[in-house]
Design a protein around this ligand. Structure first.
Ligand code: ADP
Length: 484
């Protein structure tokens, strides 16, 4: 099996910089692909946290003028990742988040910040840089969306390109007047180029011009071809349906392993799910809830946003509490939701707890101590929380959309009789159906045999990157074969 070289281009990579699932994927896929004969280098922006995390860096290339300043490509190793860090102080050396300042306002020069990332990717892809030329440039999400465009219009020996959509809701559209400043040729401003509803669409460009498109679950791949979920890009995606496929995400099963996890109160495996009780008590204590081992405890770890359906859950709290259940919420995001969960925690202090913020350690304890994890998303490209829940024996209660539909086996009568259920699904995504799903989960919880069977089924589900990595490797190989 010949080895394939891939340049992965993403604006976040775990554990160096993370705001969501994209970072998890970018951080975990390279190691899984190595086992499939695919060597990955990861190109990331030189945010302060990234430069701090990578000890020794070797300069491999210098850009005299990369959208308003000089920049360097630095090669280094961190956490087993082969990194190419784009050090461009005028674009990335600033406090705040990767996309927005501390007040939550998008950086005004985001178009140039991520054009620079894509430009660097295309330069590496065309062999300008003193590193091995990749066979494939793999762009993730809108921040890397111009990479296939720069490769396409570069007019040089070109690598194959793949565009992966982690969330179609974020598209990166910028004024058409920036075209030449973004170093895009005039001819690119066309329907079969980067033009998108009178603007320059970064994600649109990638979807239009990459050789292959993937998204992170088969169901989401089908959903985004419909007007309901296509967010304005469904026409293009239908047009490119032959190039589009869905490959589920995995999770890093060494980071997410209840048998070895140092962040939880008591470690356990599928053979001793009863040992989860210690974690449940620790979780109830941490959130100041009644330490009642018989109360079904639901957990949420999420961005607090409309996408995640957490306004519906907020409305369902009186019903959940009325059933004697408990709820812990860890998340940050929309102010009304943060306030709403804060008030609910005050109002139902012994049954509802909430921590506003981002806390990896607490996320692990919630997975280990909750009886069930709620994911009532209106849309969910893949979703990682339910995969972690399966691994930790917390039963996922999920909306039947996107990757949630593909990864959880609903506890229907048939699935229960066959002993294969791993969770509860509901559809459509509405407050009544969410409440019905919570009631169904509570009823199942009151039947300890069925419940522990579901926990064990979940824990024995393969949620690792092994299968997804095989699928990506197949995709790269078939793409390169088709160009040979
Ligand atoms: P998205 O990328 O849309 O936010 P995913 O489910 O794909 O959603 O990935 C979210 C990831 O971020 C999961 O690993 C989840 O556990 C984690 N996460 C989300 N919010 C928090 C938080 N407040 N604290 C810790 N981890 C979080």
């Amino acid at each position: 099996m010949t080895s394939i070289r891939v340049l992965s281009v993403a604006s976040e990579i775990y554990p160096l910089i993370k705001t969501g699932g994209l970072a998890d994927v970018a951080g975990a896929l390279p190691a899984a692909l190595a086992a499939e004969g695919v060597a990955v280098q990861s190109l990331v922006p030189g945010y302060p946290s990234v430069l701090r995390a990578v000890g020794s860096l070797e300069a491999v290339y210098r850009f005299d003028d990369l959208f308003g300043g000089s920049a360097r490509l630095l090669r280094g190793l961190a956490h087993g990742l082969e990194l190419l860090v784009l050090e461009a102080p005028h674009l990335f050396d600033r406090p705040g988040g990767p996309y927005a300042d501390a007040g939550g306002s998008d950086w005004p020069d985001n178009a140039f910040r991520f054009a620079a990332l894509a430009w660097a990717a295309a330069s590496i892809g065309s062999g300008d840089v003193a590193v091995h030329r990749p066979d494939v440039v793999h762009a993730h999400d809108w921040q890397a969306g111009l990479a296939p465009a720069y490769v396409h219009y570069g007019g040089r020996p070109r690598p194959a390109t793949v565009m992966t959509v982690h969330n179609l809701a974020f598209q990166g559209a910028y004024p058409a007047g920036l075209l030449s400043a973004l170093r895009l040729p005039a001819a690119s401003y066309a329907i079969d180029g980067v033009e998108y509803h009178g603007a320059i669409g970064f994600l649109k460009a990638g979807l239009q011009l990459a050789d292959r498109i993937t998204t992170v679950s088969p169901t989401y791949a089908a959903e985004i071809c419909t007007p309901e979920a296509g967010m304005g890009l469904d026409g293009l995606l239908r047009h490119r349906a032959g190039a589009l496929s869905g490959i589920l995400n995995g999770i890093d099963t060494s980071v997410w392993n209840p048998a070895t996890d140092p962040r939880i109160a008591s470690r356990y495996g599928p053979a001793d799910v009863a040992a989860r009780a210690v974690n449940k008590t620790a979780l109830q204590r941490r959130f100041g809830l009644a330490e009642d081992s018989s109360a079904p405890l639901f957990g949420v770890i999420s961005r607090l946003s409309w996408q995640k359906g957490l306004d519906l859950l907020l409305d369902a709290i009186p019903m959940l509490c009325g059933q004697g259940a408990q709820l812990v919420v860890l998340g940050a995001g929309d102010r009304p939701l943060e306030d709403g969960y804060g008030s609910a925690a005050t109002q139902h202090a012994s049954q509802v707890g909430c921590v506003i913020g981002y806390d990896e350690d607490l996320a692990h304890l919630i997975q280990a101590g909750s009886d069930a994890i709620l994911v009532p998303s209106r849309f969910e490209p893949c979703g990682l929380t339910q995969l972690c829940a399966l691994r930790y024996g917390a039963v996922p209660v999920v909306a039947r959309v996107g990757g949630l539909a593909d990864t959880v086996i609903d506890a229907s009568e048939m699935a229960l009789a066959a002993g294969v259920a791993t969770g509860v699904q509901f559809s459509p995504v509405s407050r009544p159906m969410l409440e019905a799903a919570i009631r169904r989960a509570i009823n199942l919880y009151r039947d300890p045999d069925s419940w522990s069977r579901m926990c064990r089924n979940g824990m024995s589900t393969d949620v690792s990157w092994r299968n997804p990595a095989k699928r990506y490797a197949q995709l790269y190989r078939s793409l390169l074969d088709s160009r040979a």
